[in-house]
Design a protein around this ligand. Structure first.
Ligand SMILES: N[C@@H](CCC[C@H](N)C(=O)O)C(=O)O
Length: 296
């Protein structure tokens, strides 16, 4: 790492928060330990994850998408691990691009490890309020097979949903039943999730309205998870006997998370779309030698 100061911003989507590192030409090497230190809420900047903003053409994993998406979202969990996809991250990534003057409000396409994601940045409201960002999240895959989630010695059936990344969705009577989500709930069988799982606990709030808590793989309990909320929407719709591919009608749910509210729809072609807020709250610089010293 060079000794030049590194610029960062801090942003969140329904309080799923990120350190954003603009690295347009792909010059910054972020080791897992450096990511974990940046995300440390006491010894670092503090976040659920890192969004490195790189031109697709400058990143080997995204070069093939450069013709369709100028920007690649290099997402990392707070423990430094890499995940395929981050739904709130795409909204905050789009907000950053707009905030930095790199894109106009309206439609844009973002390259991610799960492929291309199409987003729409709504024009801001009155008095400078930021508009919501909508993201096309692709289709949910629903692998067959029984899955269980165990908390405090009690096992519950769960639905295996893949939104580009893996989720186990289970229904509870009370969100407190999820217990302490700082540690990962046990999910079985292990071979249903060879790469680990994000685990969502869901309660009903009303017609087509649920609330959830989540333990995120690689980040612990977070205040929101966009892919998790989409997995919850699809699992809840199927539990409610609703499948847009069968009825030919789209279905929409409101999903409350501890950090806010997301609105999620599934279309008859199976594509899932999520709308919610995305905010940039601060920016600054850090000296990379701080990371080196901290990690030495
Ligand atoms: N917070 C994210 C999901 C981030 C990735 C996840 N922890 C994983 O490892 O799959 C979201 O908003 O989707």
């Amino acid at each position: 790492m060079s000794t030049a100061q590194i610029a960062f911003l801090k942003g969140h989507g329904t309080e799923n928060d990120f350190v954003i590192i603009p690295d347009h030409d792909g010059r910054i090497e972020l080791s897992p330990a450096a990511v974990a230190r940046l995300c440390d809420r006491r010894a670092g900047i503090g976040a659920d994850g890192v969004l490195r903003v790189v031109r697709s053409a400058a990143h080997p994993e995204a070069r093939a998408m450069a013709g369709e998406a100028e920007w690649f979202m290099d997402y990392r969990n707070s423990d430094g691990s890499i995940a395929e996809m981050c739904g709130n991250g795409v909204r905050v990534f789009a907000r950053y691009l707009h905030h930095a003057g790199l894109v106009e409000a309206g439609d844009l396409t973002v390259a991610t490890r799960a492929g291309l994601r199409h987003a729409h940045i709504a024009k801001g409201g009155p008095e400078g309020a930021a508009g919501d960002v909508t993201v096309g999240m692709g289709r949910a895959a629903l692998p067959e097979g029984e899955v269980t989630v165990t908390v405090d010695g009690r096992s519950r059936p769960a639905r295996n949903v893949n939104m580009g990344n893996p989720h186990a969705v289970t229904f509870v009577d009370d969100l407190a039943d999820a217990g302490n989500l700082f540690t990962a709930p046990a999910v079985a069988p292990a071979d249903a999730y060879p790469e680990g799982a994000n685990v969502e606990f869901v309660v009903d709030r009303g017609p087509r309205h649920v609330a959830m808590r989540v333990h995120e793989r690689g980040s612990g309990e977070t205040r929101s998870c966009g892919t998790g909320a989409c997995a919850v929407m699809v699992a809840t719709a199927r539990r409610d006997g609703l499948d847009p591919a069968v009825t030919g009608l789209p279905v929409t749910y409101t999903v409350d998370v501890p950090g806010g509210r997301l609105v999620i729809s599934e279309a008859p072609d199976g594509t899932v779309e999520m709308t919610g807020p995305a905010v940039i709250v601060a920016g600054g610089t850090f000296d990379p030698s701080w990371l080196d010293a901290a990690l030495a």
